[in-house]
Design a protein around this ligand. Structure first.
Ligand code: AHR
Length: 494
C-alpha cells in the first residue's frame, strides 16, 4: 500500500476569469437556471465529477481582489478592474453566492486569501466573516447580508503563485514565507482545525524553483499543512509520444518537493507534517497565443471568452497519466485541483444561453473520481519503453491501482502510450483472492486530435471493454488497446 487516497485529489478550481463564473456556473435567464441564477445543467455535470473541494476565487485574480467588494447588496457592489485578466469584475458573484453554489454542487469551499496587494488583516477579517458564528462586527455583517449560519471553511490558500513576477504584489520567498506564516498562525489562533496551504512554485521551470520551496517552508513549516504546486502541460511541438512523456517530469517535481519537505522538517526538528496540494494542474496551450494577443487589444470587457481550450484525445491520455502520478504519490499529494472547472481550461464547456457538454478530459477525471477512492497500491510494472526529447526509457504502460479497504474491490487504471500497438497485461494480483472483472471502461482513438464539441458532444467518451480482460489463477490477463486509457474494476463474487 502507498497510502489512503485523499478524495480531495479529485478537487477542482474556479476562478473569476473569463466565462468560468459568469455564464459558466451563473447565468440568470438561462433555461436551466435556478432561482439564484445557477445553471442546473452545469451543476449536474459538476456532480458527475464529484469534486470534494473547489478552490475559489483565484488564481491570479485573487492577488488584487477585495473580498468585501463581493458581499452585501448586489446593487451596491463596485465594478472593479481585474488586473490579472484585463477584465472588468462586476462582483455580482462573491463568497456568499459561491457558498450557495458549493452546497448545490455538493462540494466544500477551498478559499484563497489575497496576500498580493493585501495583508494579514484583510485575510483574518475574511476568516471571521466566513466562519465566526455571531457577535462580532464581521460575523454580524455576514448575518446582515442574509447568511446567519457561518460557512465554516476549513481549507485556506495563503495567496496564489507568489513566486510569479506576473502576480500583483509578487514577493521574494523570504517576504512571502513570513507573511504566509503569520497569516497561517493567526488563522490557527482562531481555529486550530483549519488547514492552510502555502504557495510553492508556479511550476518547476521557474528560475527560483526549488530554492523557493525551501525558503518558504523554512519560514512557515510549523504553521502550515500543505505546500501548493502548479503545473500546466502543452504539446506546442505537436509530438504526441513526447507530449505523453511529460508526466515523467511531474513525477520528478513531486519527488523533489517531497524531498525538500523532508529536508526542512529535519532542519527544523519539526513534529509537523506538510503534504502537497497540487491545486492547479491541467493541459493549457490550445488557445494560449491567441488569448495573449486578444488580451492586449481589448478594452476591459466583462467575462470575455478566455482560455477556452478545446481538448482532444491525446489530452485524455495526458490527463489520465497525471491522475496516475497523483495516485502513485498518494502518501504526499493529498489535494489536487484540476484547473479549471467550467469554460476556462476546463472539463465542462457551456454555450451562453445554450447547452453544456463534457470535454474529452472530463472522462479520465470522472472515472478516477468515481473508481479511484480507497487505498493506492504499489504497482510493480514492467513495460517496453521508448526514448524522446522529454525523457529516455519512458514506459508505454502507465499504471496505478486502487483497492477498497477490505480487498473486495480493485481498480486498475492503465494508459497505453503506444500509438499503434496494443499491449498485453499479465498482472499478478498479490494479496487478493476470488476477484473477477466486473467493469471495464476503455477510451481509445486512432486520431489524437478527435475532440468533443457542442455539435458532437460524444465524439470522445469511454466505451465498454467487455472481454478485453479476465482474472485467471489470480492474474489479471488481457490487453490494453493501442493509444488508450482503461479503468478495469475487479470484485470478489458476492
Ligand atoms: O488557471 C489559470 C492561471 O494559471 C491562474 O490564475 C494562475 O494561478 C495560474 O498561473
Amino acid at each position: 500500500q502507498v497510502a489512503d487516497v485523499d478524495s480531495r485529489v479529485y478537487g477542482a478550481f474556479l476562478e473569476h476569469l473569463g466565462r468560468a463564473v459568469y455564464s459558466g456556473i451563473h447565468e440568470p435567464g438561462h433555461p436551466t437556471a435556478d432561482e439564484n441564477g445557477f445553471r442546473r445543467d452545469v451543476v449536474d455535470l459538476v456532480r458527475e465529477l464529484n469534486p470534494p473541494v473547489v478552490r475559489y476565487p483565484g488564481g491570479n485574480f485573487v492577488s488584487a481582489y477585495n473580498w468585501e467588494d463581493g458581499v452585501g447588496p448586489r446593487e451596491e457592489r463596485p465594478v472593479c478592474l481585474d488586473l490579472a485578466w484585463r477584465s472588468r469584475e462586476t462582483n455580482q458573484i462573491g463568497t456568499n453566492e459561491f457558498a450557495d453554489w458549493a452546497k448545490l454542487a455538493n462540494t466544500e469551499m477551498m478559499l484563497a486569501v489575497n496576500l498580493g496587494s493585501r495583508d494579514l488583516d484583510g485575510a483574518r477579517n475574511y476568516l471571521e466573516y466566513c466562519n465566526h458564528p455571531s457577535g462580532t462586527y464581521w460575523s454580524d455583517l455576514r448575518a446582515k447580508h442574509g447568511y446567519r449560519d457561518p460557512h465554516n471553511v476549513k481549507l485556506w490558500c495563503l495567496g496564489n503563485e507568489m513566486d510569479g513576477p506576473w502576480q500583483v504584489g509578487h514577493k521574494t520567498a523570504r517576504e512571502y514565507g513570513r507573511i504566509a506564516n503569520e497569516t497561517s498562525k493567526a488563522f490557527k489562533y482562531y481555529d486550530a482545525s483549519i488547514e492552510t496551504v502555502v504557495c510553492g512554485s508556479s511550476h518547476d521551470r521557474m528560475a527560483t524553483y526549488p530554492q523557493w520551496e525551501s525558503t518558504v517552508l523554512e519560514e512557515s513549516f510549523d504553521s502550515v499543512d500543505y505546500i501548493s504546486l502548479h503545473r500546466y502541460f502543452d504539446n506546442f511541438e505537436n509530438d504526441t509520444p513526447n507530449y505523453l512523456a511529460k508526466t515523467i517530469s511531474l513525477d520528478r517535481y513531486i519527488k523533489t518537493v517531497s524531498g525538500i519537505i523532508d529536508y526542512v522538517k529535519a532542519k527544523k526538528r519539526s513534529k509537523n507534517n506538510v503534504f502537497i496540494s497540487f491545486d492547479e494542474w491541467n493541459v493549457w496551450y490550445h488557445e494560449r497565443e491567441n488569448d495573449s494577443k486578444r488580451m492586449k487589444e481589448w478594452d476591459w470587457p466583462v467575462a470575455p471568452a478566455l482560455l477556452e481550450d478545446i481538448y482532444n484525445f491525446e489530452d485524455v491520455l495526458l490527463v489520465a497519466g497525471i491522475l496516475n502520478v497523483f495516485l502513485r504519490h498518494a502518501d504526499r499529494v493529498k489535494i489536487a485541483c484540476i484547473a479549471q472547472l467550467v469554460n476556462v481550461i476546463a472539463p465542462i464547456m457551456t454555450a451562453t444561453g445554450g447547452s453544456a457538454w463534457r470535454q474529452s478530459i472530463f472522462y479520465p477525471l470522472q472515472l478516477a473520481s468515481r473508481l479511484g477512492r480507497g487505498i493506492s497500491l504499489n504497482v510493480a510494472t514492467r513495460s517496453p519503453t521508448y526514448d524522446c526529447d522529454e525523457a529516455d526509457d519512458v514506459p508505454y504502460a502507465d499504471v496505478s491501482a486502487v483497492a477498497s479497504e477490505d480487498g473486495s474491490t480493485l481498480t486498475v487504471f492503465a494508459v497505453n502510450r503506444h500509438m499503434s500497438e496494443p499491449m498485453e497485461i499479465d498482472a499478478s494480483l498479490l494479496g487478493f483472492g476470488g476477484l473477477t472483472v466486473t467493469d471495464h471502461l476503455v477510451m481509445s482513438d486512432t486520431d489524437p486530435k478527435t475532440a468533443n464539441s457542442m455539435q458532437q458532444p460524444d465524439a470522445v467518451r469511454p466505451k465498454q471493454g467487455s472481454g478485453l480482460a479476465i482474472v485467471e489463477d489470480n492474474r489479471l490477463i488481457g490487453a490494453l488497446p493501442a493509444f488508450s486509457y482503461s479503468a478495469i474494476t475487479c470484485r470478489t463474487a458476492a
